[in-house]
Write a protein that binds this ligand. Sequence first.
Ligand SMILES: Nc1ncnc2c1ncn2[C@@H]1O[C@H](COP(=O)(O)OP(=O)(O)OP(=O)(O)O)[C@@H](O)[C@H]1O
Ligand SMILES: [Mg+2]
Length: 279
Amino acid sequence: MNPLIEAVDLSYTYRAGSGKEVQALNGINLQVNRGEILAITGQNGSGKSTLARHFNGLLTPKAGKVLVEGLSVAEKENIPEIRKIVGMVFQNPDNQLISSIVEEDIAFGPENLGLTPAVIRDRVEYALETLGLQDLRSESPNQLSEGQKQLVAIAGVIAMKPRCIVLDEPTAHLDPRGRRGVLDSILHLNREEGITTVLLTHFMNEAVHCNRMIVMDQGVIKMEGSPGEVFRRREQIISLGLDLPVAAQLARGLRSRGIEVPEDIIQTEEIIDCLCRLK
Ligand SMILES: Nc1ncnc2c1ncn2[C@@H]1O[C@H](COP(=O)(O)OP(=O)(O)OP(=O)(O)O)[C@@H](O)[C@H]1O
Ligand SMILES: [Mg+2]
């Protein structure tokens, strides 16, 4: 089956203020498959955001190509269609929220698509309901918690009914409970609404819930596979500046004390089950 997004030999260089060239991506080959949730991880400056910004044409390749449903992001005339297919959510919701009322904010995207008022209302209802935001519809976004604001930003994107959403560290500013709420919503959108999802994250506990993950380093993809496959390569993960998921660290600690727990544990729920059985 053809992928929804495809990067082929993609390279990108920035020209820094000093005039020096920074090679942010170096020959990336990656496919985002329909229906999957793909995690992109890697330490600061590894090129995650630069890659993601190609997925809806915010950046265009310096070499190679990026295709969204077969449309090249390098062709200006494709950009409006590409932005209907791929929605972007950023780290800081304040940059994405514009209206002083939640439901108006969510309506902003659909309004710009030139939909009829009835369709816009349906889209807003759909987004409010899908993200569980009905009770906040008349609130002002700037009086919400950071986690709630991020959900409103995501609602604004899904109200445009994109086939794919790309989220650039959407939980970076949130506390653990806020992170869990936003992650659960992202997983729901993927699993129940069938939205293809690309999640950029520094949190390995988020990556473990994805179907597939890549680890980037200095503009190159260094690891790729299911979270189980990737986290099995513990030394390599650590050498790339990342941690193991908490459950994997705990399982390892228990094993080193002679307690029998499986080697491939990566999800918190799995280690909890395991500990309950031991007791
Ligand atoms: N606007 C810019 N001008 C010049 N260099 C840039 C610019 N944006 C990013 N870079 C450089 O490109 C490289 C990749 O940056 P990028 O933001 O894609 O990394 P990242 O993996 O998203 O990092 P983080 O985890 O900090 O968000 C880095 O070396 C960075 O310094
Ligand atoms: Mg980034």
